[in-house]
Ligand binder design. Structure first.
Ligand code: SF4
Ligand code: MG
Length: 327
């Protein structure tokens, strides 16, 4: 079966007066219908830029797409007409963001913002759109949806705003939802509720879900597969079970070690020694070598290939095979 979405060898640069930053250096992943792919990495690893490229909302300039493909149901989108991209947005692929407050327009009611999409894109009349907006707010478990539909974003709590944004993203029944750090700004209890909600909606609709996060705890519970990003590359891709049991890349290993308790949510991936590299000056050889406890001389010179490890799993480390054999 054709994946819902395939990203292949995506390469993006940011060009500014200060120079060139290689933000995506050949990113490939795919998502099937009904599947959750978690994209995990520290900030600046390219998780969000990949999502923005998929959505066609990358700011440019300074962003320059050097190459690669984004295929939705096999249809290439990067070279598609702007009108076609617009059609796919919302209808085919929708996105929710970390910060609902800036994603929602403060001067319009939440109901209006949902209804507007339904009027413009579905040709609904006022009454029908209102009815549907209330159903959507109900679906995301906003209490008293009938009354709440008339509220402005600032009248909602953080968690409720996030729910409202999810409702808005579902208005056109997308087949794929991209959630970029959807719970980062929320407290732990609300985070869990929002993740449960996303998972429930995804299952009911057999929707594909790309969950962008730096939170390993969230990933363990929700994802089917994980793509670990570092310096604009995917360094390991595996099913959740294999990755947690037996990481095939030292960066993944370090992430797992930085999380002493997997039941503890909201942990940041900060216990790893050193900082992510500047994308304007990516280290030679393996980009992880300055921080890698397993690095040898060879790592400074040779960029590791993708080692295929079976079952679609791969790792960009010279020692991938040894790692999964000996741990
Ligand atoms: Fe570490 Fe070398 Fe593997 Fe890179 S290739 S992750 S530096 S061991
Ligand atoms: Mg981000």
């Amino acid at each position: 079966t054709t994946p819902l979405l395939e990203v292949e060898d995506l390469r993006v640069e940011f060009r500014t007066g200060d120079g060139v930053a290689s933000v995506l250096n050949g990113v490939s992943y795919h998502v099937m219908a009904g599947e959750t792919l978690a994209v995990l990495g520290e900030s600046g690893s390219g998780k969000s830029v990949t999502a923005q490229t998929i959505m066609g909302i990358l700011d440019m300039p300074p962003a320059v797409i050097l190459g690669g493909e984004v295929r939705f149901h096999g249809e290439e989108l990067l070279k598609a007409k702007p009108s076609r991209r617009m059609e796919v947005r919302g209808d085919g692929i929708a996105m929710i963001f970390q910060d609902a407050l800036s994603a929602l327009n403060p001067v319009f009611t939440v109901g209006f913002q949902i209804e507007e999409q339904l009027k413009v894109r579905r040709g609904m009349g006022k009454a029908e759109a209102r009815k549907r907006a209330i159903e959507l707010l109900d679906l995301v478990k906003i209490p008293n949806a009938k009354g709440r539909v008339r509220n402005y974003p600032h009248e909602f709590s953080g968690g409720m705003r996030q729910r409202a944004m999810i409702a808005m993203s579902l208005a056109l029944d997308p087949e794929l939802l991209i959630a970029d750090e959807p719970t980062t700004a929320l407290d732990v209890t609300v985070q869990a509720q929002i993740m449960d909600l996303l998972r429930e909606i995804q299952r009911e609709r057999d929707m594909g879900l790309i969950l962008i996060t730096h939170d390993l705890g969230v990933v363990a519970e929700v994802a089917d597969r994980i793509a670990v990003m570092y310096a604009g590359r995917i360094v390991e891709q595996a099913d959740v079970f294999s990755l947690f049991r037996n990481p095939a890349h030292p960066y993944t290993e370090a992430l797992l070690q930085s999380l002493p308790r997997l039941d503890l949510k909201g942990q940041e991936l900060k216990a790893i020694k050193g900082l992510p590299p500047s994308l304007a000056n990516i280290p030679s050889g393996c980009p992880f070598h300055p921080r890698c406890p397993r690095a040898v001389d060879r790592c400074k010179q040779e960029v590791p290939d993708y080692h295929q490890l079976g079952g679609g799993r791969y790792s960009a480390c010279h020692f991938a095979e040894e790692l999964i054999t000996h741990g």
